[in-house]
Design a protein around this ligand. Structure first.
Ligand SMILES: C[S@@+](CC[C@H](N)C(=O)[O-])C[C@H]1O[C@@H](n2cnc3c(N)ncnc32)[C@H](O)[C@@H]1O
Length: 215
């Protein structure tokens, strides 16, 4: 009888600091024969002697490699920054292998940390990813969001946000949250036009919040 293949384990690794990595994430990583990692996470779990495959930018190519290793009977573990439910490879991987063949270990998202730093609840937040390219959403699509979290540490993400924010209407405050949980963490309030001038860390979130929603 054919042996059942292992589930792909997708592990949320938090925003960067070891102290924000959960014991469940650590435990899951130890099971790996093959770790799929981005450049940013490559130094995590040095004690795990698994094959490491760079998740790179070729999503389909990476998923093909995952399938080949799984078919060979190996345990494949995909590491995601923050929580896998936000802007990660988790969705294309789950679509390809099927939900029943994947296990997701949640992680602490950088979005959670950003809102936590301000003491603002985020159950009603809209999250937009400008991480790798400008989002398709327009100001009209986002105007109703009282709380907006924009992911992106590209210079282009800041330019996009600087163009968008004035079109959302007045009465909003803007917070630039960089390197969250890491030694260089910086959370500061800025004006929209400042976003055009500030050099930004590659890990950054912009929160745009209606002023009456800030305690
Ligand atoms: C590919 S997305 C992944 C988001 C991740 N799944 C999460 O839940 O945090 C990468 C983006 O997350 C944000 N990010 C990740 N780590 C961060 C950190 N330590 N500080 C600030 N932003 C961070 C940045 O906006 C970055 O461009």
């Amino acid at each position: 009888m054919a042996r059942a293949l292992e589930k792909i384990i997708i592990v949320g690794c938090g925003p960067g600091a070891e102290s924000y990595l959960t014991p469940a994430a650590r435990e899951a990583a130890q099971k790996a024969d093959v770790l799929i990692v981005s450049r940013r996470l490559q130094d995590l779990f040095p004690e795990v002697l698994a094959e490491r495959i760079d998740s790179g930018t070729d999503i389909e190519g990476t998923i093909d490699l995952m399938a080949a290793r799984r078919d060979a009977g190996l345990q494949v573990v995909l590491l995601a920054t923050g929580d896998p439910g936000i802007a990660s490879l988790a969705q294309p991987v789950i679509r390809r292998f099927g939900r029943e063949n994947c296990e997701v270990i949640p992680g602490i998202s950088s979005v959670q940390v950003a809102f936590a730093r301000l003491g603002v609840a985020w159950e009603d937040a809209r999250i937009v990813s400008a991480h790798s390219r400008d989002p398709e959403e327009s100001a009209a699509d986002l105007r109703d969001a009282g709380k907006l979290a924009i992911l992106g540490g590209r210079e282009g993400s800041l330019k996009w946000a600087a163009g968008l924010i004035p079109e959302l209407g007045s009465g909003r405050r803007i917070f630039l949250c960089e390197e969250l949980t890491l030694p260089g963490e910086k959370v500061r309030e800025v004006e929209a036009e400042e976003l055009l001038k500030v050099p930004v860390a590659s890990r950054a979130i912009i929160l745009v919040i209606r002023e009456e929603l800030i305690p």
